[in-house]
Each structure stands twice: as structure tokens, then as C-alpha cells.
Write a protein of this length. Structure first.
Length: 186
């Protein structure tokens, strides 16, 4: 990954780190940023945290950690969600919104009802899925890109399994294109 060293890129990385990692101190955050190629002093980091509205909040375990305000008008800073909670949120969104899944190499195309793509893509982006580089959402279609050149089918199957649950038989395979996996809209 090529790292751009602008203030906006640094702010974006700080927000990403705080959303994915429990960060308890500025020193710890300086180290995480350095590992990503951002050399920053504690004074600069302190200003960045202030500009981003980051504050220390108690996580589910009662420990203090940094958090930034949420998206979509939610100004409440929230700590990193526990992993099971994040997967549960993704499962609920997939159950509610995922209509069909198709993949080719490292590309996955997800279809949702009109207006649902951005909600599902945002949930995927905020759930730590190590194989997913990122998503691009339209109105009813999401383009998802995986790190592994052949990883699209695995990610597609995982998302489909979340949507259908372990005992569902709703998944079917298209007769003319084997990787295509679809499920009926709820």
C-alpha cells in the first residue's frame, strides 16, 4: 500500500486506527502511526486528536481508550466494538440487505435493495475483515476488493453464510456461472 503523508491522510489513519484498535495512550498511537509510515510528534498528535474530537471513553471492559465521534450525525464517541458485536452487526446487515453475491478473482459484487448498498458497505468497512481492502457503494451495488488475487470467492461465501445463517438452503448456484451465489430478497 502506498502511504500519502498529508494531514488529511494522517487524520484518516488515526480515525481508522481508533475504530479498529483499543488505543489507551498517545504514545501507543504514535507507535501505531509510525508502523504505518507516519512520523508524528506527540504535540502534533495531540492537536490532531483535538481536531478530530477524540476523547477517552470507557470500553466494555471498563478501560479508558481513545474514540472519535461516529458517522451520520452521531456525535457520541464510542470505543472499539468487541469483535463478536461487530460480526453480529455485519450478520444483521447481511440478513436484511444482501440480495445476491457474485465474485471473480479478487472482486466481489454485492447487490442490495435500492438504497441499501451504502449501509452494508459501511458496515463491511467498519468490521475488521483482514481479506478486504475496501468497498465502493452505489445505490444498490457494492464493489468489494480483496487482498488475495483469488480471494473473492472466499469473501463472497463468508458474506453469503452470514446472510443465510448456518442452516439455510437459500443459496443457489447459477447454472452458467459457477461462482455466482444468490439469495432471494427477504
Amino acid at each position: 500500500m502506498t502511504v500519502v503523508h498529508t494531514k488529511a491522510a494522517r487524520h484518516s489513519r488515526i480515525v481508522g486506527l481508533l475504530a479498529q484498535t483499543r488505543v489507551r495512550s498517545q504514545g501507543e498511537l504514535v507507535g501505531l502511526l509510525a508502523a504505518d509510515g507516519f512520523g508524528v510528534t506527540q504535540a502534533t498528535l495531540s492537536r490532531d486528536l483535538d481536531e478530530l474530537g477524540a476523547v477517552k471513553v470507557r470500553d466494555a471492559r471498563g478501560a479508558l481508550c481513545y474514540a472519535v465521534p461516529g458517522e451520520g450525525g452521531d456525535s457520541t464517541p464510542r470505543p472499539v466494538p468487541d469483535e463478536p458485536g461487530a460480526v453480529d452487526a455485519l450478520r444483521r446487515r447481511c440478513e436484511d440487505l444482501l440480495v445476491s453475491v457474485d465474485s471473480s478473482a479478487n472482486i466481489v459484487i454485492l447487490r442490495t435493495p435500492p438504497g441499501g448498498a451504502q449501509y452494508l458497505a459501511s458496515t463491511i468497512d467498519h468490521t475488521v475483515l483482514p481479506d478486504v481492502i475496501g468497498t465502493v457503494a452505489g445505490d444498490d451495488t457494492i464493489l468489494l476488493v480483496t487482498r488475495d488475487p483469488a480471494g473473492g470467492a472466499d469473501v463472497a461465501a463468508a458474506l453469503l453464510a452470514l446472510a443465510d445463517g448456518p442452516d439455510s438452503s437459500a443459496a443457489r448456484t447459477s447454472p452458467d456461472h459457477q461462482p455466482d451465489q444468490k439469495r432471494e430478497a427477504p
